[in-house]
Write a protein that binds this ligand. Structure first.
Ligand code: ATP
Length: 922
């Protein structure tokens, strides 16, 4: 075969604009390839020549534009107006400080946004797609970026087409090409050349990069990669990373709007009152008004929320849960049902064929994992008879022929390419002494019906050594027993003994094994294509059953126990046999007394489905449509649910679920696109870890809000009171901004690092639509804010009256506010746990560090001459500090008493409510 490089082509033009109109043979010649693809070395050379198959990323938005975008915020507009008015009345310090705050805020937002975007971009990179490509005559799973023109790629339902390709083998391939052509109906493909002038949307011989395979399978020759593809030519829209607003951020924006309105009204009313009733000068009135505005705005809050979310997303990524839709992070904490599939998520997906059953004998298979080391022994330890050996050989031949998986060795490790179930069967055949390449040569495959969840079998058409044609089939035993009429017996083909096989299936499933049946039949001598009707017609010949073990993951058992404690129900929804599902379910700790099958689900009236879904935890032999039914039924009972899925048909259920979770390893691109999360390790325990992280993020954001709002409230009320009574302002706008931006943010940031609460996964899920600030928390905000205002006001008045020094009195007031915040932070670390428990102090490092940091900054603020000048302060004497500590520390005790009272009230309440876990809902 000619392996020379194709002629050099200009990088900016598609090399083969007429690929759709040419015959496959013609294209194979032009691209120096063949239907078994390129050699690995040739592919490498072409990659060096043509580069990686990657679309150029969008030029990122210029930094200055992203920075300017930070100013588009209601709070900032109020602050900018305040700065403008301050400079008009020549309060240069206030104006300067306000401007500095605006700039700092924009910069923090800018840096945070950059970080979050970078995290999302790297997540996109991590979840990049893979494809099944032929190299050196073998199928490999390969990173799509490594494709080159001339490669041969197999497309299956659920794949995103990895490059532009000319199809040369097609089995009902349908592609959703809406992104390219705007056509919403999937296009059916074919291999027959179309006229040269056919418009893009009708070029049925081509599959285009980025489009989605919705049905069928096909093989294609890659004609264009990277920016030479159709999407590459038009794409300005690829790889755009945008940060959608989360519900919480939307709630906060709404809070900001309401707050701004209130602030503006109160400010205006106070200013008018001060001017008319209290005879303030215009300048003093403005200063007061600005003071209220800057005090009431929690400047640091948006940054804190973004930081908390970004840190949570990063932590989840480290624990193998990639967030694809940011808003879902918050919903995680409210999840009360997790619907998980079984294979690979709850089980280890380390498939090993253990038992093989023919019509006359059982064989045990030794060896672990995917290493083809081990042997096949007769159940009774004797050597098999000639006809038993014959049946064993036929079974293993089917297992190897009707199979798309492959195993390779790398430094003693055996890696699988393709589906683990098929890999287990491949290994079984190797243990029987078959050689994959040899076998493929002796029995070339002419056509395939790939495995589909709905049909539950796979079939392949082969040419045998004597030129005859044979169909090999493997699939779920119930399905195949339904299609079989005969079996391979000692005397050749004989009528099927259905009872025997069903008893053997029971024997295997009762041990928790996944069972596959192997069957075959002769096909017409001229058959070159395979159809489902052809498989079913005339009856199949049952050859053997294979029992494959796939033990539950140890960590899944623990994670399910954790879910039960956390008030989260776990449902196992599997395509596997009901008995296998029940055995595995029991081992996992699920209620396995009742298993409902997909067929039974189809019979249930829609109105009875929600009640059934409440009772049953295991659903077997389900179809993707059953999954969607269950999601809707559970949602009808107001559950918030997370649902896993991997196939193209799971996409609707993943979209419908509150949180769709796709598998990074075995999932299709279609499932990943529809999901909010992608698990890089396909592990159930990761979902539970993500739920815990979601609860923690929500807790920490609520804690930050409950911490930061009383500060704003105290400051605003102090100023309001001063204006109403016609007194001097206890704190100036510049001083307020110092507190809000520097000390409050430093202290609140500690809450973003707060470790999970001890009872995080022992309490029930948060009600989905619970408001951020529940009445109880609002009460705490008011209480703390009110006490804070009173403390500051009293200290200020006392100091002013005893010394008459306004600068000293203000210095006392500002420091009182900061001390107050520091003591409040100590108790705000938990919304309900008591500070006197030893475990409360575990993980208090960030809080203590931030208090130490603020202490240093506060000393500099108070004693550094430049700061004294800028903020108009007089230094404090040591006695002042003692008074400040004595006056502000009681807040700690007060909040603790309030928490204790709430705990007590809740305990009493739950005593009268049997079955309600003893937890206070905040
Ligand atoms: P889960 O939804 O928990 O991952 P599953 O993987 O067991 O369950 P399916 O993939 O729908 O569910 O498989 C259903 C049945 O089809 C299996 O029990 C098995 O008997 C059969 N089966 C699975 N994979 C193949 C395959 N590649 N070829 C033929 N039959 C298969």
């Amino acid at each position: 075969m000619n392996r020379s490089l194709p002629p050099e082509l200009p990088a900016d033009a598609p090399p083969l604009p007429d690929a759709h109109a040419r015959t496959p043979a013609d294209l194979f010649a032009q691209l120096a390839s063949s239907d078994v693809g390129l050699s690995a070395t040739e592919a490498y050379r072409r990659r060096i020549r043509w580069g990686e198959n990657r679309l150029p990323a969008n030029p990122p938005t210029p930094a200055w534009r992203r920075w300017l975008r930070q100013f588009h915020n209601l709070f900032i507009y109020v602050l900018l107006t305040s700065a403008l008015i301050s400079s008009l009345i020549q309060h240069w310090v206030d104006a300067g400080v306000i401007m500095a705050v605006v700039l700092i805020n924009a910069t923090i937002g800018f840096i945070q946004e950059g970080k979050a975007e970078a995290a999302l971009r790297s997540i996109l990179r991590l979840s990049k797609s893979q494809c099944l490509v032929m190299r050196d005559g073998q199928s490999f799973t390969l990173d799509s970026q490594l494709l080159v023109p001339g490669d041969v790629v197999t497309l299956q339902a659920g794949d995103r087409v990895p490059a532009d390709m000319r199809l040369f083998y097609n089995k009902s391939l349908h592609c959703d090409e809406a992104m390219l052509t705007g056509e919403s109906q999937p296009t059916e493909k074919s291999v027959d050349a179309v006229p040269l002038d056919t418009p893009l949307a009708e070029r049925r011989t081509m599959a285009y990069m980025g489009t989605m395979v919705t049905f069928g399978t096909a093989r294609g020759l890659v004609t264009h990669t990277a920016s030479r593809t159709q999407i590459g030519q038009i794409s300005e829209l690829v790889q755009q990373v945008s940060l959608p607003e989360t519900p919480l951020q939307r709630q906060l924006a709404q809070l900001a709007r309401q707050l701004t309105l209130v602030i503006l009204l109160v400010t205006a009313a106070t200013a008018v009152f001060g001017f008319l009733v209290r005879d303030y000068s215009l300048a003093a009135m403005f200063q007061g008004a600005i003071g209220i505005a800057v005090a009431a705005i929690p400047e640091g809050l948006p940054a804190i929320v973004t930081i908390t979310l970004a840190m949570g997303v990063e932590r989840m990524a480290r624990k193998h849960a990639l967030v694809r839709r940011l808003p879902a992070v918050e919903v995680l904490g409210a999840v009360d049902v997790i619907c998980s599939d079984k294979t690979g998520t709850l089980t280890a997906n380390a498939m090993t064929a253990r038992l093989l059953v023919t019509s006359t004998a059982r064989f045990t298979i030794s060896g672990e994992g995917y290493a083809p080391i081990g042997d096949i022994q007769h159940h009774h330890g004797r050597s098999p008879s000639e006809d038993e050996q014959q049946q064993l050989n036929t079974a293993c031949s089917i297992a190897l022929s009707c199979n798309d998986a492959n195993v390779t060795e790398d430094d003693g490790d055996w890696n699988i390419h393709g589906d683990p179930t098929e890999a287990a069967l491949h290994v079984l055949a190797l243990k029987q002494g078959l050689n994959a390449a040899d076998h493929a040569r002796r029995r070339p495959r002419l056509d395939t019906l790939p495995f589909e969840t709905e049909k539950r079998y796979m079939a392949s058409l082969h040419q045998t050594a004597n030129g005859a044609r044979e169909i090999a089939i493997k699939g779920a035993p119930d399905q195949l027993l339904h299609l079989c009429r005969y079996q391979w017996g000692p005397r050749g083909i004989e009528p099927l003994d259905k009872h025997y096989w069903e008893a053997e299936v029971n024997f295997l499933t009762n041990q928790g094994m996944r069972v596959l049946a192997l069957a075959n039949k002769a096909a017409a001598d001229n058959a070159s294509q395979l159809h489902h009707d052809q498989v079913a017609a005339g009856g199949l010949v049952m050859v053997a059953l294979v029992g494959i073990s796939d033990p539950p993951r140890a960590e899944a058992v623990a994670a399910i126990a954790q879910c039960q404690q956390a008030g989260i129900r776990v449902l196992m929804i599997t395509g596997d046999n009901p008995t296998t599902a029940a055995v595995i379910g029991r081992e996992l700790g699920l209620a396995a007394d009742r298993v409902v099958t997909g067929a039974e689900l189809d019979q249930v009236a829609p109105q009875d489905l929600p009640a059934l879904a409440e009772k049953v935890s295991i659903f077997a032999r389900t179809s993707p449509a059953n999954k969607l039914q269950l999601v809707q039924a559970l949602q009808a009972h107001r559950h918030t649910l997370a649902m896993t899925g991997d196939g193209v048909n799971d996409a609707p259920a993943l979209r419908q679920a509150d949180i769709g979770i796709a598998m990074g390893q075995k999932g299709t691109d279609a499932a990943r696109d529809a999901a909010a999360f992608v698990l890089t390790d396909d592990n159930f325990a990761t979902i539970v870890g993500a739920v815990a992280e979601g609860r923690r993020i929500h807790d920490n954001i609520v804690k930050s809000i409950v911490f930061i709002l009383p500060t704003s409230l105290a400051e605003a009320s102090v100023i309001l009171l001063a204006i109403l009574f016609g007194w001097l302002l206890p704190i100036t706008p510049a001083q307020i901004l110092w507190v809000n931006m520097i000390t409050a943010v430093t202290l609140t940031l500690a809450l973003a690092f707060e470790s999970p609460e001890a009872n995080l996964m022992q309490r029930p899920p948060r009600p989905r639509h619970q408001r951020l600030l529940t009445p109880r928390l609002l009460y705490r905000v008011m209480l703390v804010g009110g006490i804070g205002a009173a403390t500051i006001f009293l200290l200020f008045r006392w100091q002013l009256q005893s010394t008459g020094d306004i600068e000293l009195a203000r210095c006392v007031a500002v420091n009182a506010l900061v001390c107050f915040e520091a003591f409040y932070l100590l108790t705000a670390r938990s919304l309900h746990d008591a500070i006197w428990h030893r475990r409360y102090w575990a993980g208090s490092g960030p809080a203590l560090l931030s208090i130490a940091l603020v202490a240093v900054m506060q000393l500099a603020f108070t004693y550094w001459p430049l700061s004294q000048e800028v903020f108009s302060l007089a230094p404090l004497a040591p006695a002042h500090w003692l008074i400040l500590v004595a006056a502000t520390s009681p807040i700690l005790l007060l909040v603790e008493l309030e928490k204790a009272w709430l705990r007590h009230a809740h305990r009493r309440w739950s005593l009268h409510q049997p079955g309600v876990p003893g937890h206070v809902h905040f």
